[in-house]
Design a protein around this ligand. Structure first.
Ligand SMILES: NC(=O)c1ccc[n+]([C@@H]2O[C@H](COP(=O)([O-])OP(=O)(O)OC[C@H]3O[C@@H](n4cnc5c(N)ncnc54)[C@H](O)[C@@H]3O)[C@@H](O)[C@H]2O)c1
Length: 350
């Protein structure tokens, strides 16, 4: 049995990862370590202990706390770490960058230090989950490859770029067995309702206007969360040590087109619900440093790892809209006072 630590496993991508990995990797024991910040939710992991028993454990731990991290690593002797834990929201990083430095940079270095000291063997691997946002923005043309210069625009992407550099430095300096993946925008079940897709679904269901930054022409590259997580498993198992792999599904969409598609899908799902009104789109002031376009070239992961996303955008959006409609209780429960305050500050009550 391989003992794998998954940090941030109570968050959006992490919880989908844990569910998937427990199903397909029958020789893995997964220990989830999560601080349960506003974005982490134990409900996302409900039922796993009962179903997987000895193959699953949860521990509440803050990766900023070096002592606790060291203790955990010393005790467990991991065969691998898959590091999702992060402050992950760009808009929040603009309002308060320090938390991003503390968790994304310091927290990651705490994990690297503990891995270097207490990993079970030199075969034990540290997989760092990063983002295409470290590459900055593209114009109308071109794609991010692993060779693209790192020029982050937001405090969030700057903190992720810093942690990427530490991960690579631990490989070069200490020979730690590391791999980095940089993925494009994820969507799917269990995503916190302040992120674009669930945020729009929630607003539409509540009969509120859908705020779109600027003129909505900004382009994002999308991947269904399960496809990202299949790529994560491949990178963990087959990636070459010290290498970076871009993960993406070659699926670029302008924000405004995405919002229009969501409205269409919602209308189709809710056509029998009499009180559902087609939502209006409200264009709001663009955010500072808003990157124009992201587009990932995943060729290296395709050729070296055999990575191949399976879910089309239409299919994935359909699944996601249905999930949020069927799981209204889930997102209503996590919308806390703090969240409402944040939305008010960000969108000025629109
Ligand atoms: N969401 C995307 O589209 C996307 C795209 C590319 C890469 N990523 C990366 O994937 C990872 C997961 O993203 P997500 O969207 O699931 O984020 P999320 O915000 O939904 O989840 C983050 C998780 O990390 C936990 N966490 C935060 N600070 C912590 C700390 N100090 N100690 C321990 N746990 C802590 C939270 O409780 C939460 O469970 C992040 O590293 C992010 O940078 C996300």
């Amino acid at each position: 049995m391989m003992k794998i630590l998954v940090t941030g496993g109570a968050g959006f991508i992490g919880c989908n990862f844990v569910r998937r990995a427990l199903r397909v990797k029958k020789d893995w024991k997964i220990i989830v370590a999560d601080a349960l910040t506003y974005a982490g939710n134990l409900e996302n992991l409900e039922g796993l202990k009962e179903k997987y028993n000895d193959r699953y454990d949860f521990i509440k731990i803050d990766i900023r706390d070096k002592e606790s991290v060291d203790e955990l690593f010393k005790k467990e002797k991991f065969d691998g770490v898959i590091h999702f834990a992060a402050e992950s929201h760009v808009d929040r990083s603009i309002l308060g960058p320090l938390a991003f430095v503390e968790t994304n940079v310091l927290g990651s270095v705490n994990l690297l230090e503990a891995s270097r000291k207490y990993f079970k063997s030199d075969k034990s691997r540290f997989l760092h989950i990063s983002t295409d946002e470290v590459y900055g923005a593209l114009g109308d043309e071109g794609f991010f490859t692993e060779e693209t210069k790192i020029v982050p625009s937001s405090p969030y992407s700057a903190s992720k770029a810093s942690s990427d550099l530490f991960v690579l430095a631990y490989h070069k300096t200490y020979g730690l067995n590391v791999v980095i993946t940089r993925c494009c925008n994820n969507y799917g079940p269990y995503q916190f309702p302040e992120k674009l897709i669930p945020f729009m679904i929630k607003r539409a269901l509540d009969g509120e206007p859908l705020p779109v930054y600027g003129d909505g022409r900004n382009v994002r590259d999308w991947i269904f969360v399960d496809d990202h997580n299949d790529g994560t498993i491949l990178a963990f198992e087959k990636g070459r040590a010290g290498e970076v792999y871009n993960l993406g599904a070659r699926c670029e969409k302008r924000n405004i087109d995405l919002v229009k598609l969501l409205i269409e899908k919602l209308k189709a799902c809710l056509k029998d619900k009499k009180d559902f009104k087609e939502p209006e789109i409200a264009f709001v002031k663009d955010r500072p440093g808003h990157d124009f376009r992201y587009a990932i070239d995943p060729s290296k992961a395709e050729s070296e790892l055999g990575f191949k996303p399976k879910i089309s955008f239409e299919e994935g959006i359909d699944l996601t809209v249905k999930w949020y409609i069927e799981n209204e209780g889930w997102w209503r429960r996590i919308i806390s006072g703090e969240y409402l305050e944040y939305v008010e500050k960000q969108y000025g009550g629109k």
